[in-house]
Design a binder for this molecule. Structure first.
Ligand SMILES: [Zn+2]
Ligand SMILES: [Zn+2]
Length: 328
């Protein structure tokens, strides 16, 4: 099978010809029809996430059809459409797994990081961590739901019942979260890089009530803010934008260092927290909700072989919505 492989962080992915993986106990073999490109993939490729199992096939927003399954797998039929997310395996016995916090498992394995992912024609996955994909989504349109959607949804949940919700960084996750937030009756305040007219227009199209640059203050204090851009300086900026009791959620897996800030901007019971990974419960809840909103994803497709180009577009902020690779 064709696959894009990372041999070493800081180098481009290499187009490789790999054997199709063999299905086994508890596993499903999925013929990939689309795989989204997530910012986390960039952090893996650029070496900001330091524990990849090299060489690795990146990609954890995988949509495809089951073509083979272990004899013990009851969860899926052959031919069924499934999604494979970032959370690929958890231990089930650590104190986090035992308390419904498998997203914090001490010894997890992640798709496209420690388990070969979806930048390939086939992917092998533990059936317990895969999900059926319902709704009238095309395969490529469904791909960004698998991480931008799931992690975005978890971030939104941790932001609480905010009437006024700020979103910093208006990419793949934000464009999904904005739709869910509006559906819940929340007002979205979108912050983009100064001068990023394209992202600001995108946010307006998705119903943001206010759009501005990340160095601007909103016209009124926010109840919560989610930061999707991997920029630590946005933490104090967001703290200054939220009112008393406001929550600032860092939704990314990696962020540049956070500059020091005066205690007065944390005072008033403001909270700063991160979001780590996802639980299977998050996936079930979000994938049931998405078609009801309905969440519509905006995508830019690239042939699988052009994965490096897609990553470059993401790094340079040249995408509207999400990049999706098609194995063709
Ligand atoms: Zn565990
Ligand atoms: Zn992701």
């Amino acid at each position: 099978m064709k696959a894009m492989v990372l041999d070493r962080p800081g180098t481009p992915l290499r187009l490789a010809d790999l054997p199709v993986p063999q299905s086994g106990v508890g596993k499903i073999l999925v013929k990939v029809s689309a795989c989204g490109v997530c910012r986390t993939d960039l952090h893996v490729v650029d070496g900001e996430l330091t524990e990849p199992a090299l060489p690795i096939v990146p990609g954890h927003e995988v949509v495809g059809r089951v073509v083979a399954a272990g004899a013990d797998v009851q969860r899926f039929r052959i031919g069924e459409r499934v999604g494979i997310p970032w959370l690929g395996w958890t231990c089930g016995v650590c104190r986090y797994c035992r308390t419904e916090r498998e997203n914090l498992c001490d010894t997890p394995k992640f798709t496209g990081y420690q388990i070969n992912g979806g930048y390939a024609e086939y992917a092998l996955a533990d059936a317990r961590y895969c999900f059926p994909i319902q709704g009238d989504y095309g395969d490529a349109e469904a791909a960004p739901l698998m991480c931008a959607g799931l992690i975005g949804y978890r971030s939104l949940a941790l932001a609480g019942k905010a009437e006024r919700l700020g979103i910093y960084g208006f990419g793949a996750a934000a464009h999904i979260v904005a739709q869910v937030a509006r559906h819940r009756g929340q007002q979205v305040y979108a912050f983009t890089r100064p001068g990023d007219d394209q992202a600001q227009a995108f946010a307006r199209d998705l119903g943001a009530v206010w759009v501005g640059a990340s160095d601007q203050r909103p016209p009124e204090p926010l109840d919560a803010a989610i930061i999707f851009a991997p920029v630590g300086a946005l933490v104090p900026a967001a703290l200054e934008a939220v009112g008393k009791g406001g929550v600032v959620v860092a939704g990314g897996i990696h962020m540049s260092d956070i500059p020091s800030f005066p205690y007065r901007i944390l005072w008033g019971e403001r909270v700063v927290r991160s979001v780590a990974n996802l639980t299977r419960r998050d996936a079930e809840d979000f994938l049931a909700l998405a078609p009801r909103v309905p969440v519509r994803t905006e995508i830019q497709t690239f042939p699988l072989e052009h994965a490096n180009e897609a990553l470059t577009c993401l790094r340079e902020g040249r995408l509207r919505g999400a990049a999706v690779l098609l194995p063709g």
